[in-house]
Design a protein around this ligand. Structure first.
Ligand code: PMP
Length: 487
């Protein structure tokens, strides 16, 4: 095992040097990770954790081919992109070959925030407009211009006020959003959710201002693993383009084959954006990103004479790493793996939903899955506490790392490294099942106690039968516990 200098309790002390600048997972009992391999992370005591949340370690933590490519290039030459280099050319070529026409020009950056920031600049320059439409709950990065289009941040109590030139449209969440499949069972939800954007565009046109851009994740992750309804992006893109704006797809989380059926998530909606932003998985943990756009938009930017320069964007090391990542995705059939395992996970989570009332919705595509926990199904009341409890128990009892998100923080998120196996899926499912069972058991126990406290002797029959159900469930859970321990 790798030598480590601090045990967790010692790490908490030096944390005072950066506590305000870092948002830890599992804040009350943080993990100190010393090593990663494939879909696993290891803490300083050598405990193995199954990583179901790390979409950055796309092809697996410390993939040997990616590590080798980076180390070799670092030992050969690393410089800025004022010099031509094979890895740079190769990276641009491979990336654009994965994109539909006419997306054929790459700008290299170092992060998702930088990619989205540059995308907004490109759009504003091309359209000579300023207004941007974004989706509620969206997050597009930490730089000033992208924070302005990130309601996930600016809607927090201490967040900066949204500028007037930013317009927020509803998140196309058909389970818990403004228009749900329950409220409008026979409606075209794609059209319903596109309508507010059409209205913004019309208002902007009437003011003589139009729109510079519409920016959205192709599948909204921070919004709670949201799959927009069919036809949504097509209708939105039509509206935005008819008001003179460009369409930006933020693929920072969901690109590079994660959805299984396609390489890019926007392809699931059969649209072609004007600008695509990629990062996180592209470097498998190394900071690299890119903006891919059309010749026309790139040319207009170039024509300003304000040259684009980014010291580290497109350096040979980052490009060598990105090239290795894209090679591994293809060589190891990881997109296909995402498709098969995603289907399996969704099917099995669907079975859990039949069994456990606390699951309100299971949704996803490929290795991008969301499980929404509710207090009761009928009202779809979010159960934030349950989600947090599950996240912690999964880590503490089962050493399985999952996270929760969404406006009510009640959606369990899965976006594991793409080398996730069937055995890993089963390990997750078994652990998750135990959590749901315990949650249900606790809930039942509380209900029995409440009934006992509030009823008179004539209702003892009800209590007795509830107690019997509870006893039966307890036996079942004990069997599960034994099963889990034997795995
Ligand atoms: N866009 C999306 C959808 C993201 O999830 C993130 C990061 N969570 C970003 C942009 C910003 O990326 P980075 O942290 O690499 O700047």
């Amino acid at each position: 095992m790798q030598q480590c200098n601090f045990v967790v309790k010692d790490v908490l002390k030096p944390l005072t040097f950066f506590r305000q600048a870092c948002q830890l997972f599992y804040r009350s009992d943080p993990l100190k990770i010393v090593r990663g391999q494939g879909q696993y992370m290891f803490d300083e005591e050598g405990t193995r954790y199954l990583d179901c949340i790390n979409n950055v370690a796309h092809v697996g933590h410390c993939h040997p081919e990616v590590v080798r490519a980076g180390a070799l290039q670092m030992a050969t030459i690393s410089t800025n992109n004022r010099f031509l280099h094979d890895e740079l050319v190769q990276c641009a070529q491979t990336l654009t070959s994965k994109m539909p026409e006419p997306l054929s020009v790459c700008f290299f950056v170092n992060s998702g925030s930088e990619a989205n920031d540059l995308a907004l600049r490109l759009a504003r320059n091309f359209t000579k407009r300023q207004d941007v439409i974004t989706l509620d709950h969206a997050y597009h990065g930490h730089l000033q211009a992208v924070m302005e289009v990130s309601p996930y941040k600016f809607n927090q109590p201490g967040g900066e006020k949204k500028p007037d030139y930013v317009h927020v449209a509803p998140c196309p969440d058909i389970y818990g959003g403004q228009f749900t499949d329950k409220m409008y069972p026979n409606a075209d939800l794609g059209a319903l959710y596109a309508q507010p954007i059409e209205e913004i565009c019309q208002r902007q046109l009437a003011k003589g201002q139009g729109v510079a851009a519409f920016i959205a994740e192709s599948l909204q992750s921070c919004g709670g693993q949201i799959l927009p309804p069919a036809g949504y992006f097509r209708a939105v893109y039509d509206a935005v383009r008819s008001s003179g704006g460009l369409c930006i797809a933020d693929e920072v989380q969901v690109g590079f084959g994660r959805v299984g059926s396609h390489y890019w998530a926007f392809e699931t909606q059969n649209v072609v954006p004007d600008i695509v932003c990629v990062a996180k998985p592209m470097g498998n943990g190394h900071p690299v990103g890119a903006v891919v756009t059309t010749q026309e938009i790139a040319q207009a930017f170039h024509a300003t004479g304000v040259a684009y320069f980014n010291t580290y964007g497109g350096n040979p090391v980052s490009c060598a790493i990105a090239n290795a990542v894209m090679r591994v995705i293809d060589q190891e059939g990881l997109q296909q793996n995402a498709l098969q395992l995603g289907d399996y996970l969704l099917r099995e989570c669907g079975h859990l939903k039949q069994e456990f009332e606390c699951i309100g919705d299971v949704r996803g595509v490929g290795l991008f899955v969301g499980i929404e926990l509710v207090e009761e199904r009928e009202g779809r009341t979010p159960d934030t506490k349950a989600a947090r409890w599950v996240v912690n128990r999964m880590k503490q009892l089962h050493q399985v790392l999952v996270s929760s998100d969404g406006p009510n923080d009640n959606v369990i998120k899965l976006k594991p490294p793409m080398c996730f196996s069937r055995e890993n899926a089963d390990e997750f499912l078994l652990a998750f099942r135990e959590c749901l069972a315990t949650l249900t058991q606790d809930k039942l126990a509380k209900e029995v106690a409440t009934v006992a406290a509030t009823t008179n002797s004539t209702t003892h029959g009800v209590i007795a039968s509830t107690a019997e159900t509870l006893a039966n469930k307890t036996k079942l859970f004990e069997r599960q516990d034994r099963l889990i321990k034997s795995v």
